[in-house]
Design a protein around this ligand. Structure first.
Ligand SMILES: [Mg+2]
Length: 216
């Protein structure tokens, strides 16, 4: 059994779904961190303003800077990420979901544009364990498909048996580029960007119920 009766009771209030369209349980799940495992931690407009960069994505903007200017901007980003990680809060159902996956021997990986120190802080604070963590220091970052492909290789699973779970555009784009099914966490809001996830769930609670219901 994938989840305990207590978790089952907790998740019963999640809406029903068409199980047949989901196929079978994945052999591995890759997770985004900010906004997916945790409640949104980072105030991106504030960080961009302090870094004195434009409205584009932070890491791409940072990569265009050089020398002292880049060092100063990166220090601002790291300071915000450190504070956010130390004060992070998990989304509802996160630990139950991860514990259920562990019990069912479905390996998990974190794929984040965040820093390794930030990811380590969040994992230690909330006693999260995953089989693999890939941060922006490790390789090309999302929306590149590379970290997802590396995760599948290191976990020993095929891409067509793996799900990417995330709340952002980069998660969908990286998964689509890798040929991996993306489950988008909507938090009950309509999608506002031009990318198409494979499936949408409102939250981790709904995802847990779906996984529990799917055949192996
Ligand atoms: Mg996110």
């Amino acid at each position: 059994m994938l989840y305990s009766p207590a978790v089952h009771l907790m998740t019963r209030r999640c809406k029903s779904f068409a199980a047949e369209s989901w196929g079978v349980r994945p052999r591995a799940i890759l997770f985004d961190m900010d906004g997916t495992l945790t409640q949104p931690m980072l105030d991106f407009p504030l960080i961009k303003a302090e870094m004195k960069i434009g409205p584009g994505p932070i890491l791409e903007s940072l990569a265009e800077l050089t020398g002292e200017r880049r060092a100063e901007a990166e220090a601002i980003l790291l300071r915000h990420e450190k504070t956010a990680a130390e004060n992070s809060t998990l989304n509802e159902g996160c630990l139950d979901l991860l514990n259920g996956l562990s019990s069912a021997r479905i390996p998990t990986a974190l794929i984040t544009r965040n820093s390794v120190i930030s990811a380590s802080t969040v994992f230690a604070k909330h006693q999260i364990k995953m089989n693999l963590t890939i941060t922006r220091e490790d390789c090309a970052f999302k929306p590149s498909p590379v970290p997802l492909e590396i995760a599948c290789q290191q976990l020993g699973v095929s891409k067509d048996q793996t799900w990417m779970v995330g709340d952002g555009l980069h998660d969908i784009e990286s998964a689509n580029a890798a040929g991996i099914r993306c489950v988008w966490i909507s938090h009950g809001k309509p999608i506002t960007f031009a990318a198409h996830p494979w499936k949408t769930v409102a939250d981790l609670c709904e995802l847990a119920e779906i996984l529990r219901a799917l055949p192996k």
